[in-house]
Design a protein around this ligand. Sequence first.
Ligand SMILES: [Zn+2]
Length: 154
Amino acid sequence: MNCITVKKSSKGGKGVFAARDFKKGEVVLIWDISHQLSREQIKNLSQDDQNHTNYIGTDTYTLMQSPEKFVDHSCEPNTYVKNQQDIALIDIEKGEEITTDYSLNGIDDWEMQCNCGTQNCRKVIYGDFRKLDLKTKKRLYPYLEEWYKREIKI
Ligand SMILES: [Zn+2]
């Protein structure tokens, strides 16, 4: 059964949408992490591919595949990433857009404007979790990957 669909999002570009209801804690998407790269190898990718890499610990990046690479950021997301799976943070209804917090588990030095429109929008998204304000860090800490806590000094 297809649990998600990819279509145009209201923010422009593609987005991922729930094709059925999900209960809090359910796996929404399992990433394809078969395309693994070192930090060095990333420099040879196209800019678009570089924008879709994700650090997964132990000096390893994954080149994100469809559909997981189309999951948009929200400052109040309905999923989080654990062991390269998107997990429902809350109950999600069929038709809702699947969103995630790009700063969670992030170690990369980039930033972009955020127009997610949620009440607690941070306005700027950092590619590096360590750049977040203390309050947001504390809120997200329980969702951090184990490798992050092990490898990265927060
Ligand atoms: Zn936002």
